[in-house]
Write a protein that binds this ligand. Structure first.
Ligand code: GCO
Length: 264
């Protein structure tokens, strides 16, 4: 019984922004569990091809599609192409995102809007066009990649926090509107992970690096592979009655007010 609960064998998962980082780690987890991965990126076809070959080296069934998640026309075209060339999308992980670390008073409006556009509006665009098929089939899984900033503010990431806070509420609203079609919409909220996105604030001796080690009860940066379990759970039968929740994979950050730096 338990083996079928978490079974994603043969499922098709579109993971936006899955050529690297957390998106790749979650997609890899699903792929190693038997799902076919539709790899997405928007930087270059070469990056997508390299990523697809990395998935395939581990025996994962993977196909790459380059499209801009913030361009509705590109999304409509890509979803049609994927559904005709690969098959119906069973699992959608809205992972693609950007961050701009600038204090609000110094941030250009255009930069603020770009972060909202990619981190909040794009999950709406992609979900809107993928979920249409899920509604017809009366089943599907949508996972929005939220953040600690869905719950907490932090200096210099105001636009990102606004987007990720909004994404948490969008997750709840998607769950509200689509649960009746047997579509479960939830979120994953990563804590602080060792990726290229956090590299600038993770270097040895950087004050933020020391802060995070102290602020995280697990006293370390997360390994992206630690997200695979939550991705499999929210993509499988095991979560068929879970709707609108964000599973935080954060080493305990949200569980605590923190501790003085000189305390063990
Ligand atoms: C930052 C970090 C965070 C993390 C993650 C936390 O600058 O604070 O980049 O945004 O990447 O989103 O959940």
């Amino acid at each position: 019984m338990s083996s079928s609960l978490f079974n994603v064998e043969g499922k098709i998962a579109l993971v936006t922004g899955s050529t690297h980082g957390l998106g790749m780690a979650m997609a890899r987890g699903l792929g190693l569990a038997g799902a076919t991965i539709v790899v997405n990126g928007n930087s270059s076809q070469e990056k997508i091809d390299i990523a697809v070959s990395e998935y395939k080296k581990e025996g994962i069934k993977a196909v790459g599609y380059k499209f801009n998640v913030s361009d509705e026309h590109e999304v409509i075209t890509a979803v049609k192409k994927i559904e005709s060339e690969v098959g119906n999308i069973d699992i959608l992980i809205n992972n693609a995102g950007i961050i701009k670390r600038t204090p609000l008073l110094e941030m250009e409006v255009a930069d603020f809007k770009e972060v909202i556009d990619i981190d909040l509006v794009s999950p709406f665009i992609v979900s809107k066009h993928v979920v249409k098929g899920m509604v017809e089939r009366k089943q599907g899984k949508v996972i929005n990649i939220c953040s600690m900033m869905s719950e907490l503010g932090r200096n210099s990431v105001g636009a990102y926090a606004a987007a990720k806070g909004g994404l948490k509420m969008l997750t709840q609203n998607m769950a509200t509107e689509w649960a009746k079609y047997n579509i479960q919409v939830n979120g994953i909220g990563p804590g602080y992970f060792a990726t290229s996105q956090t590299e600038p604030i993770r270097v040895e001796g950087h004050p933020f690096n020391d802060f995070i080690i102290n602020r995280t009860p697990a006293a370390k940066w997360g390994d992206p592979n630690d997200l695979a379990g939550a991705a499999i759970f929210l993509s499988s039968k095991a979560s068929d009655f879970v709707n609108g929740h964000v599973v935080y994979v954060d080493g305990g950050i949200l569980a605590t007010i923190g501790k003085p730096s000189n305390e063990d």
